[in-house]
Design a protein around this ligand. Structure first.
Ligand SMILES: [Zn+2]
Length: 405
């Protein structure tokens, strides 16, 4: 059993500093009086701490046009984080490609690099990722934190990738292995790549969430994951599980999954599954439109598959419809079970308006009638760097908990 640590004065001071900095970050621009009210601390405590943060260059006073309450004089001026006070490296290493970016506190990308993976080998992938990080650091100077994310089951406490079945990566101590390759002075975090995207949305894309206090992030790529974030407004988010929904069985007699079972969601609806089914159709001599778009011997990517769907290739349409329908059923089940206020959906299939519409029809048709969902479904444009930026968000999230010291 674990017990909370007791509090002594220095620890209270650090906790207060961290809470105040997080409040400025997540709710800024904000006045000292608002921070005091929301954290239930005295105004002098806020003022002392804020002065330290201003002196350290972490927080700044904005030139508010007119103080809201003149009796409080300068105290009613708005405070915000200094975006370029700190810089963070984010890395996403999927095994097929690696993306690295350098961001400021607000997730603005200052520099970036992406490259296809050298092989399917873990060590070679990590070598390549670390040399990309080194290159970015050499070009831009140091960083205050590094966030690293990978698909699969990750123990973020120990920084170990437990399982990545499709690549045969098991029990990879990523945190230790990065330490051996890079001489970094800053903290390093390791997270699942769908969870990292959820952190990214929580920190950098609050407008998408429309103040939703809880949300799920459905990420469809080679696999499928759907982590949940709770309490985005009060405690600034705690993540619940990695959301490995990809292996819920949707068709017991369906195609075999990389996990060994049959008919898992990701064996039908992931990019990898859609591409495999389309290649089956090509091998059978079908999918004529896709065939005309795709050079012989080359794997059709999602862009060509969506093009063939738009151009009415019946075989491709069947594959995509089944993928979207099955995802719709899965989302209805997730929604019945978890009831998030919002669900962000990122997947290349949903670059197509028709697929978005079909998905939402299936969801609304199958979600429990008693509950009548009021979940806000929001499609997120897939982006090569969204995982790397999300990994930087994880590093920022941890930095805010210790940065004020
Ligand atoms: Zn599976």
């Amino acid at each position: 059993m674990q017990f909370e640590q007791g509090n002594n004065l220095p620890r209270v001071k650090v906790t207060n500093q961290s809470s105040i900095l997080q409040m400025v970050y997540h709710c800024g621009p904000i006045t000292r009086a608002d921070i005091a009210k929301r954290l239930d601390l005295t105004l002098p405590t806020i003022t002392t701490n804020i002065n330290t943060m201003i002196a350290a260059g972490l927080v700044r006073e904005l030139d508010s046009p007119e103080p809201a309450d003149r009796r409080h004089g300068r105290r009613s001026r708005l405070l915000d984080i200094v975006p370029d006070a700190r810089r963070f490296i984010g890395v996403e290493m999927t095994g097929s490609e690696t993306a690295v970016c350098l961001t400021d506190y607000r997730g603005r990308v200052l520099d970036r690099r992406a490259a296809p993976a050298p092989s399917r080998d873990y060590e070679e992938n990590l070598d390549a990722a670390c040399s990309m990080v080194r290159e970015l650091l050499d070009r831009n100077g140091g960083a205050d934190g590094l966030g690293f994310c990978v698909p699969g089951l990750v123990d973020s406490e120990t920084g170990v990738l437990k399982v990545r079945p499709s690549y045969n990566w098991y029990d990879k101590p990523i945190l230790r292995d990065i330490g051996r390759r890079l001489d970094l002075q800053c903290p390093v975090t390791v997270e699942n790549n769908a969870c990292a995207r959820a952190y990214g949305a929580s920190l950098f894309q609050r407008e998408l969430l429309n103040s939703a206090p809880t949300f799920a992030y459905l990420f469809i790529h080679a696999g499928i994951a759907c982590p949940l974030i709770l309490n985005t407004s009060s405690a600034f988010g705690s993540i619940v599980g990695a959301g490995e929904v990809g292996h819920m069985v949707m068709e017991p007699n369906g195609p075999q999954c990389t996990c060994g079972n049959h008919g898992c969601l990701e064996a039908i609806s992931s990019d990898r599954a859609v591409i495999a089914r389309c290649m089956d159709a090509l091998a059978r001599g079908g999918a004529p439109v896709l065939r005309s778009l795709c050079p012989v011997g080359e794997e059709p990517g999602m862009a060509r598959i969506l093009q063939a769907q738009r151009d009415g290739d019946a075989d491709v349409c069947r594959v995509v419809e089944r993928a979207v329908y099955t995802l719709g059923l899965a989302i209805a089940n997730i929604d019945n079970f978890t009831c998030p206020h919002a669900m962000l959906i990122e997947g290349k299939l949903f670059r197509s308006e028709d697929n978005r519409r079909q998905l939402l029809e299936v969801v609304h048709h199958n979600v429990c009638n008693v509950k009548r969902t009021d979940t806000d479904f929001v499609f997120v444009e897939p982006d090569e760097f969204s995982g790397a930026r999300g990994a930087a968000a994880v590093a920022i999230f941890h930095d805010l908990q210790s940065a004020a010291e």
